[in-house]
Design a protein around this ligand. Structure first.
Ligand SMILES: Cc1cc2nc3c(=O)[nH]c(=O)nc-3n(C[C@H](O)[C@H](O)[C@H](O)COP(=O)(O)OP(=O)(O)OC[C@H]3O[C@@H](n4cnc5c(N)ncnc54)[C@H](O)[C@@H]3O)c2cc1C
Length: 469
């Protein structure tokens, strides 16, 4: 028996039959990325039931030179949770059995959860005690909080509440060598040296496995108002954003944009998604205000003014929760709808909000020059400067041939984005997909610091090898 097979045997004994999968069919869903772009191999998929089991497993892996890939809901979009072991000899560690909400404290406004709790369950548990956990994204019924923290997920409420790292007060992490760091503090002030939790947030499982977290909860807003506006161009839309920001401040909880193509494919391909407008518009803004009872009249006043000033061509303000959900359904349907339009070359970029219009214009010109017939599906969290700038294949094109342009087009768009002070990965991370970009666009100093951290925390390269750095 090799060292590794002895290690696997010991791990199987620790996690027991309920935490052990080694059949091809059983492992399949854990080895494939949501978009189907990455497919990996592993010796086994294991699911420890406790932090203690996790620590014992990692100690064995580290000693035996067995690579591990942490995995939550496997909804990540850069191949970070899919194994990339050349010989298929590492393991996937799923957090699915670490699924306990350990504590909710309404006075502190905190919730302590294990890493495998599904995001939607956390939102519901907060709601059940009259509070709010504001992180919200299209994959919330499947993704897990450990994955959200490890990718520092963004979503649709960043404008008001920040990214995931802003919602975390404390962490429990099992390190590569099997030691456990208990940093599960519920403190809002704690200036006692380096803030270690930030190392693990956004690290995509490359430095340790998060096993639990203390999350911040918020008061629930009394009222929520949602509107969809149709505009002639992105400039108008940003003018409305500025007006809203100036008048309502952080009552503005979401400002999403969708270009005409993205809205139309959502309506065309996804059941029960409807367009409230009769006429098409070049750009749409989905706006949400969260606050006190009077915000509806404020929203109406601002949109009436924008109509009068010719900034928007049409607006629809939801009159009920159901109508608001219908507007959000359009936005959430876009990722799914793109699949029905054939191959799609994707970018998850961010720029300062003031550069969005410049980016959209210049990037569209580049697509026209380099990918004639490519159909731009641009949508996203415009209030955060984050655009998902995707390009669906020309009508009638061969999908495989089209997708061969992926790297070339990514390079062109990412060069543009970096030249105007933006980021080539706004919220999805690096994973396997953007390692080349990391090397190309980060400075030597930044790369040296990242490598030094990796070496210090994971000298044997046990944690998620082949990812990030
Ligand atoms: C339809 C759809 C919509 C989406 N919308 C958004 C959006 O609006 N904003 C956004 O930011 N993302 C979005 N995503 C991407 C994805 O949902 C997020 O990245 C999410 O946070 C991943 O969580 P997960 O549990 O699925 O993680 P996984 O995919 O399982 O893992 C993601 C990464 O984290 C690591 N990891 C997972 N759990 C742990 C852990 N406990 N400890 C250490 N490392 C761990 C993995 O190794 C991997 O590198 C979307 C995805 C889909 C499919």
């Amino acid at each position: 028996m090799t060292n590794q097979s002895i290690a696997l045997q010991k791990i199987q004994n620790i996690v027991g039959p309920q935490g052990w999968i080694e059949t091809k069919g059983g492992m399949e869903p854990y080895l494939r990325e949501w978009r189907g772009r990455y497919q990996g191999a592993a010796a086994a998929v294991i699911s420890p039931k406790s932090t203690n089991e996790m620590a014992r497993v990692l100690k064995i892996c580290n000693k035996a030179g067995l690579g591990v890939v942490p995995q939550g809901g496997n909804t990540g979009l850069v191949g970070g949770g899919v194994p990339d072991f050349p010989g298929g000899d590492g393991i996937v560690i799923s957090t699915q059995r670490l699924n306990v909400i350990r504590d909710i404290n309404p006075l502190n406004q905190t919730m302590t959860v294990e890493a495998g709790v599904i995001l939607a369950h956390i939102q519901q548990a907060a709601k059940d005690v009259g509070l709010l956990f504001p992180l919200s994204l299209g994959a919330e019924g499947t993704c897990c909080i450990g994955g959200n923290i490890s990718t520092n997920a963004g979503g649709v409420q960043v404008l008001r509440y920040g990214n995931t790292r802003d919602l975390v007060l404390g962490l429990e992490v099992v390190l590569a060598d099997g030691r456990t760091w208990d940093g599960l503090r519920s403190l809002r002030k704690d200036n006692t040296g380096y803030d270690l939790k930030h190392l693990f947030m956004g690290a995509e499982g490359s430095l340790g496995i998060i096993t639990a977290a203390v999350l911040k909860l918020y008061s629930r807003p009394q009222a929520k108002e949602t509107a969809l506006c149709g505009c002639a161009n992105a400039g108008n839309l940003l003018e409305i954003f500025q007006r809203l920001n100036t008048s309502v401040g952080n009552t503005l909880s979401a400002f999403e944009i969708m270009n005409r193509f993205s809205l139309e494919i959502a309506v065309k391909h996804v059941l029960a998604v409807n367009n409230p407008f009769e006429n098409p518009h070049s750009q749409y803004a989905l706006i949400e205000l969260s606050g006190h009872d009077g915000i509806r009249s404020t929203l109406k006043y601002i949109l009436d003014q924008a109509l009068e000033d010719g900034l928007i061509a049409d607006a629809f303000i939801a009159k009920s929760r159901a109508e608001s959900d219908q507007l959000w359904a359009i936005r959430h349907a876009i990722p799914e709808a793109q699949k029905h339009e054939g191959g799609s070359i994707k970018h998850d970029i961010s720029v300062p909000v003031s550069s969005i219009e410049e980016f959209l214009t210049r990037a569209s010109d580049l697509v026209e020059a380099n990918l004639p017939g490519g159909r731009i599906c641009a949508f996203g969290h415009a209030g955060d400067g984050n655009i998902h700038f995707n390009i669906s294949q020309p009508l009638g094109a061969d999908t495989d041939a089209y997708l061969k342009n992926w790297d070339t087009i990514n390079r062109i768009i990412h060069d543009l984005i970096v030249s105007i002070g933006g980021s080539f990965s706004a919220e999805h991370g690096i994973g396997q997909m953007k390692r080349g970009d990391l090397k190309r666009y980060k400075s030597d100093v930044e790369l040296d610091l990242m490598r030094a951290l990796k070496k210090a925390l994971d000298p044997c390269n046990t944690m998620n090898p082949g990812k990030v750095i």
